[in-house]
Design a protein around this ligand. Structure first.
Ligand code: DGY
Length: 384
């Protein structure tokens, strides 16, 4: 009798000489042709369940060249050890974030780790903007009201929300996605921007300054972008705060009860980065006692679970980690993850440009799009 808990895997290009596991079905077809063109036998798990380490180790078996894994999996010592022991030489996360990956463990095992930057930027920023608007204008709450058959006619005081025009948007972590979100809010709603980041984003500041001059030339008030010294200053000054940091020890519970207390009573807090950046239990408590405060969350501390009480709050808008969920982006992520694994297995050099669009159409460049521990490659030479 087959074990009923065993997941079904679909095998493509059965005779390929390199064995690559893909732990979830991926959208589009380009990713598969990249792997099969690199002579990979591709085994794709058909199940939507999160695979356990034991299931992944079992599937890696005695011989496995590479894996495309998911942010829901725990890629550490155990899995990289099993992959290295099976002769593996490539791993790619199907994500730009890699807090589920112990990069040091991968490096110790001699395995390069790929990720998928450059195709999530606008898509994720658009979701952060959507959550900002939904939370501030109470869209989901009003939708529930309509579906509940409670609309009995227009009223001057019904669902009053926030006006964004001319207010201040705060960006926590002003890398690619944070800067794209900031620009959307500045250009779309003429908001002033403040941000916190370890490094100045001079390009963004120059962009906003030029936009401010354009507004003045057209008889409007200017907009500004300023990097503030501390997280606390951004929280105190901004009307809207959007989180775009990585998750690591320095950002775990970056937004806690004390910091929520620094925010304006009617501020909006948006998170499309990683759940544990916010102390979610503290946020629930804050939203309970501050009815005018709003939150828009795409990510959760104990995903897929949510902290008790979160779903009962009307001033919180919640979506299931879908900030990157557009067809273009998710297919692009699949393409980059496949090009990472195929390129590493063929011993190709790493792409040295933040623009990854050449990988998305036409002939795939003979490069590995993105590796987060490139130092490991120095010790690997001559993989072919
Ligand atoms: C990522 O890529 O890190 C997102 O969270 C999922 O697309």
């Amino acid at each position: 009798m087959p074990d009923p808990t065993t997941k079904n895997w679909t095998v493509r290009n059965e005779d390929g000489s390199r064995r690559v596991l893909v732990t979830k079905q991926l959208p589009g077809t380009r990713w598969l042709s990249i792997l099969t063109s690199a002579d990979c036998r591709v085994e794709v798990c058909d199940s939507d369940d999160v695979l356990t380490n034991a299931e992944i180790v079992e599937r890696i078996g005695d011989r496995c060249d590479g894996v495309i894994g998911q942010l829901t999996e725990d890629w550490g010592e155990e899995l990289f050890g099993a992959l290295a022991a099976a002769g593996g030489r490539a791993y790619s996360n199907y994500a730009v974030g890699y807090n589920n990956v112990d990069v040091d463990a991968a490096t110790r095992a001699g395995i390069p780790v790929g990720n998928t930057p450059g195709v999530l930027t606008e898509t994720t920023a658009e979701m952060a903007a959507s959550l900002t608007l939904s939370a501030g204008r109470r869209i989901v709450e009003a939708d529930r009201f309509m579906r509940g058959g409670r609309y009995e006619g227009w009223l001057p005081t019904m669902f009053l929300g926030q006006r964004f025009y001319g207010k201040t948007v705060g960006v926590m972590g002003c890398g690619r996605i944070g800067a794209a979100y900031g620009r959307m809010m500045v250009e779309g709603f003429k908001m002033n921007l403040v941000y916190y980041d370890l490094y100045p984003n001079e390009r963004l500041e120059a962009y906003v300054a030029a936009y401010g001059e354009h507004l003045v030339a057209n008889g409007e008030a200017p907009v500004t972008a300023r990097r503030l010294e501390t997280v606390d200053e951004v929280l105190a000054e901004a009307d809207v705060v959007s989180i775009h940091t990585v998750l690591d020890e320095s950002t775990h519970h970056l937004i806690n009860a004390e910091r929520l207390a620094l925010m304006k009573d009617d501020a909006i807090l948006v998170n499309t980065a990683r759940g544990p950046v916010i102390d979610e239990a503290a946020l629930v408590a804050h939203c309970r006692t501050h009815q005018d405060f709003k939150a828009g969350l795409d990510v959760f501390e104990d995903e897929p679970a949510m902290k008790p009480g979160l779903t009962e709050l009307d001033n919180v808008t919640i979506v299931p980690h879908i900030a990157s969920a557009t067809t273009w982006t998710r297919e692009g992520m699949a393409t980059l993850a496949a090009a990472n694994v195929a390129g590493l297995l063929q011993g190709l050099p790493v792409w040295d440009d933040v623009d990854v669009t050449p990988f998305l159409d036409g002939d795939v460049p003979p490069f590995v799009p993105s590796v987060v521990n490139p130092s490991v490659l120095n010790g690997i030479g001559g993989m072919e």
